[in-house]
Design a protein around this ligand. Structure first.
Ligand SMILES: [Zn+2]
Length: 204
């Protein structure tokens, strides 16, 4: 599985994670959870993408999935053998599955995700970026996003009453948003736990 030792080039990994970070910042400008991805083949970037779930109203519009679609279109081939995907956060279960299906051989991610308690595809060589500084940058961009979303929470509920109600329902269905960030609770989780604490107090 770890046959391509050449690809463990720290310098180029750092370069490509930085490119993925530029993509994540594009998500941020669109008030999307800031996650970016790039796909590299033979040392060249063949596609770049950022998370667009809200913009496209599409649960599959994760940065990795969009990057895979773009790369397949560009190469006119769904098989992305010998390719590496760089993502600012460790891919979710859905993305890992599509990464495997598309035959991407290696995943390099900027920071860990909480939702890593699933069996990762064996065919995919996955590793965190070998740079604590860059790891921190990748983590902070997402954490800061959730902190800001939380403080803007009241304003947002007034402005987008309908959509936030729909969002709440969707969140209730899927569980929580904590999978997005490495351990820190985003707005929805915090609100839920506050509510639960309240209920506990009432029972006493
Ligand atoms: Zn994903």
């Amino acid at each position: 599985m770890r046959k391509n030792t050449k690809t463990t080039n720290v310098k180029s990994d750092l370069f490509f994670i930085k490119e993925a970070l530029k993509e994540a910042k594009k998500s941020l400008k669109k008030s999307e959870v800031p996650i970016g991805s790039v796909i590299v083949n033979k040392g060249k970037i063949i596609s770049k993408a950022h998370n667009l779930m809200e913009t496209l109203n599409d649960a599959t519009a994760h940065a990795e999935i969009i990057a895979i679609r773009k790369a397949s279109k560009k190469t006119n081939n769904w098989r992305l053998n010998n390719s590496i995907i760089y993502s600012t956060i460790e891919p979710c279960k859905m993305c890992y599955s599509v990464i495997e299906k598309s035959r991407i051989e290696r995943v390099v991610y900027g920071c860990a995700s909480l939702e890593n308690n699933f069996v990762k595809p064996q065919a995919v060589n996955s590793q965190i970026i070998n740079s604590p500084e860059l790891e921190k940058v990748c983590r902070n961009i997402i954490q800061d996003f959730f902190i800001q979303t939380r403080t803007k929470g009241v304003e947002m509920t007034v402005k987008t009453k309908k959509s936030s109600k729909e969002k709440r329902n969707a969140d209730r269905r899927k569980g929580s948003d904590k999978r997005w960030i490495g351990g820190n609770s985003p707005s929805f989780d915090r609100r839920k736990s506050d509510r639960r604490m309240g209920e506990r107090r009432e029972k006493k």
